[in-house]
Design a protein around this ligand. Structure first.
Ligand SMILES: [Zn+2]
Ligand SMILES: [Zn+2]
Length: 346
C-alpha cells in the first residue's frame, strides 16, 4: 500500500551551485550546505572499521525512527498489513541540491555556473539489519516501485532534466549511514557520464540500426561466459570491459529506454535478480562495499528511444589513484569471465 503526501513548500535559499569545467564541459556541485570550514577537513579522524561503526550506528540511527530524528516530511510512504511503515522517502537532511522554482545561470568572466537546484531524497526500508540480501523479493520490489513513483512525480518538476537512483553500501563506498537506504537525485543537467552513454548508443544505432545494449544482451546470453543470473525479464552479467572486479550490469531483456515505464511484473523480476546478485556479493565476497546506480533516459523532453535503461553495480575493490585519476582508465584485477563464473555458482 502506498500513499503520496502533499508537497511541502520550502523557502530555503540555494546552498549549492553547479559549476561547469570550461575545458571538458563536466559539471561539479559545490554543496556548501553539506559542509564545513576548511579546518573540518583537516581534523577528520581515521576511518573506523565497518564493525565499530555499525554498532554505534544502530544506537544512533537517523533512519530507524525518522520522525523522532526530525527527518523532513515524507514524500512517499508504504505500509505493511499491520499498518506499520515498511518504506519511506523523505528529502535529505543535508541535500547536495536545493529546491527552488527556477534555475538561474551565472556568468563570471569566462566561467559558467547554475543554481544547484533540484531534489535530493532518501529512501529507507524499515529494518536496520536487513539489506537487499535479507529482504523478501516483494520488499525489494517495493523499493523499485518507490523509484518509479518518485520518478513519475519528480520528472514533472520544473527544471529537472535527469533523475538518478543510487545506493552506497558499506563505509568504503561512501555510505555514511549503515541503515539500508537509497538516494534520489533530480538534477537540472545531464551529467557527462550519462551523456557519453546516450551519445555512444545513438552512434551505434545510427551505424547498425540496432540497440547496442540489446546486442550486448544477445551476445552475452549466446556465449554464457559472463552471465551471473537471468530470469524472464532481466539479465545480469559482468560487462566485457568491466571497470572494477565483479562489476555487474542488470538490464531488461526487452528494449526499454524509460525505466519509469516498468510494469509491476517487471518490478518483481528486477527485485529478484537484484537480490540474487547482491546475495552473491554478500555471501561470496563477504558483504563487499559497492556503489549501485540506475541509468535511464533523461526527462528533458527529447527523444531517447535508442537508449536502454539498466542498473550498474560496482564493488569497491580499489581506490582511484594517480593513474586512474590522470587517465580516466580504471584497472580491474580479475577477468570479467572469471568474476561471473565465481558469482554464478550459488
Ligand atoms: Zn537504523
Ligand atoms: Zn535495447
Amino acid at each position: 500500500m502506498k500513499k503520496t503526501k502533499s508537497k511541502s513548500k520550502s523557502k530555503t535559499k540555494p546552498v549549492s551551485q553547479l559549476r561547469q569545467d570550461i575545458v571538458t564541459g563536466d559539471w561539479v556541485i559545490i554543496a556548501t550546505g553539506r559542509s564545513k570550514k576548511p579546518n573540518d577537513f583537516i581534523k577528520e579522524k581515521p576511518q573506523k572499521t565497518d564493525q565499530d561503526s555499525s554498532q554505534s550506528q544502530l544506537e544512533n540511527c537517523p533512519f530507524c525512527y525518522p520522525t523522532i530524528e526530525k527527518q523532513k516530511p515524507d514524500t512517499l510512504i508504504y505500509y505493511k498489513k499491520d499498518k506499520e511503515w515498511s518504506l519511506r522517502v523523505f528529502p535529505n537532511k543535508f541535500p547536495a541540491l536545493t529546491r527552488k522554482q527556477k534555475t538561474k545561470e551565472y556568468n563570471r568572466g569566462i566561467y559558467l555556473s547554475l543554481d544547484g537546484t533540484g531534489f535530493h531524497e532518501v529512501i529507507v526500508t524499515r529494518d536496520h539489519e536487513r539489506g537487499v540480501p535479507q529482504l523478501l523479493k516483494e520488499e525489494v520490489a517495493e523499493v523499485i516501485d518507490s523509484f518509479k513513483t518518485r520518478y513519475l512525480d519528480l520528472m514533472k518538476k520544473r527544471g529537472v532534466k535527469y533523475i538518478l537512483f543510487i545506493e552506497n553500501h558499506g563505509e568504503k563506498s561512501g555510505a555514511s549511514v549503515v541503515h539500508p537506504h537509497w538516494q534520489i537525485f533530480a538534477i537540472p543537467v545531464i551529467s557527462p557520464g550519462v551523456r557519453l552513454e546516450l551519445e555512444g548508443s545513438k552512434r551505434y544505432q545510427d551505424a547498425n540500426k540496432t540497440c547496442v545494449y540489446c546486442d550486448m544482451i544477445e551476445q552475452e546470453i549466446k556465449t554464457k561466459k559472463r552471465i551471473v543470473a537471468k530470469n524472464r525479464s532481466f539479465v545480469a552479467f559482468c560487462p566485457y570491459a568491466s571497470r572494477s572486479a565483479f562489476e555487474v550490469w542488470i538490464l531488461p531483456r526487452v528494449h526499454q529506454p524509460y525505466f519509469e515505464r516498468i510494469s509491476e511484473t517487471q518490478e518483481l523480476e528486477a527485485a529478484a535478480i537484484l537480490k540474487k546478485v547482491l546475495e552473491r556479493y554478500y555471501h561470496k565476497l563477504n558483504d563487499i562495499p559497492y556503489n549501485m546506480y540506475l541509468h535511464t533516459s533523461p526527462c528533458n523532453g527529447e527523444d531517447y528511444r535508442h537508449y536502454h535503461w539498466h542498473i550498474e553495480l560496482l564493488p569497491k575493490t580499489s581506490i582511484w589513484a594517480g593513474f586512474e585519476l590522470g587517465t580516466g582508465i580504471e584497472i580491474s584485477t580479475i577477468e570479467p569471465q572469471k568474476a561471473a563464473q565465481f558469482l554464478k555458482k550459488s
